[in-house]
Design a protein around this ligand. Structure first.
Ligand code: T46
Length: 131
C-alpha cells in the first residue's frame, strides 16, 4: 500500500468546524514535528525525495494541491482539497507535490524531528534502495 487517506472526526456545529489530531485519533504515530507550507506558485514542484524512516500525515488545510507518489513500481496522483482528510505516507515512498491553488496551505505532522540524513534526494538512489 503506497498511501492511506484518513478521514478525521469533525467536531462541527453552527459556529463552524474543528478537527483535533493526536496519536490513535487521526494520527497513527506520536507526532514529533509539525510544519506547514504555503505561498507556492501553481506549477512549482516540491518534494522530489523519499524518506528512509519518516512517516507523515499530510493535510491540505486550505485550497488544494496534488501529491504524486512513487514506490519504485508505480506512480499515483492524490488530489488533496479537504481539511478533514489526511494523506498518510510511510517511508520509502518518493513524493512530489505541485498544482497548488493560490490559497493552498499544506500542514504536515511528522513521526520524527527534522533530520536531513533521513532524506533520499536522488531518484536513482531511491530506485536502487527499493529494487
Ligand atoms: C516532505 C514534504 C511533504 C527544516 O529546516 N525543517 C523541517 O522540518 C523541514 C520539513 C524543512 N526544513 C528546511 C530544509 C530546507 O532548507 O526547509 C527547507 C525546505 O525543505 P524541503 O526542500 O525538504 O521542502 P519540501 O517542501 O520539498 O519537502 C517537505 C519535507 O521536507 C518533506 O519531508 O515530505 O515537505
Amino acid at each position: 500500500m503506497m498511501y492511506e487517506l484518513i478521514d478525521f472526526k469533525i467536531h462541527g456545529n453552527h459556529d463552524g468546524n474543528l478537527v483535533a489530531l493526536e496519536k490513535g485519533n487521526g494520527i497513527p504515530f506520536e507526532p514529533k514535528r509539525v510544519y506547514y507550507i504555503w505561498g507556492n506558485h501553481s506549477d512549482v514542484v516540491r518534494g522530489k525525495h523519499a524518506h528512509k524512516k519518516l512517516e507523515q500525515v499530510i493535510i491540505c488545510t486550505s485550497g488544494s494541491c496534488d501529491f504524486i507518489l512513487d514506490d519504485g513500481n508505480e506512480r499515483q496522483t492524490v488530489h488533496l482539497d479537504n481539511p478533514a482528510q489526511g494523506l498518510y505516507i510511510k517511508h520509502n515512498i518518493w513524493r512530489e507535490f505541485t498544482n497548488f491553488s493560490k490559497d493552498c496551505v499544506v500542514m504536515v505532522l511528522a513521526s520524527e524531528p527534522y533530520d536531513e540524513s533521513d532524506y533520499i534526494r536522488n531518484y536513482d538512489d531511491f530506485i536502487k534502495l527499493v529494487a
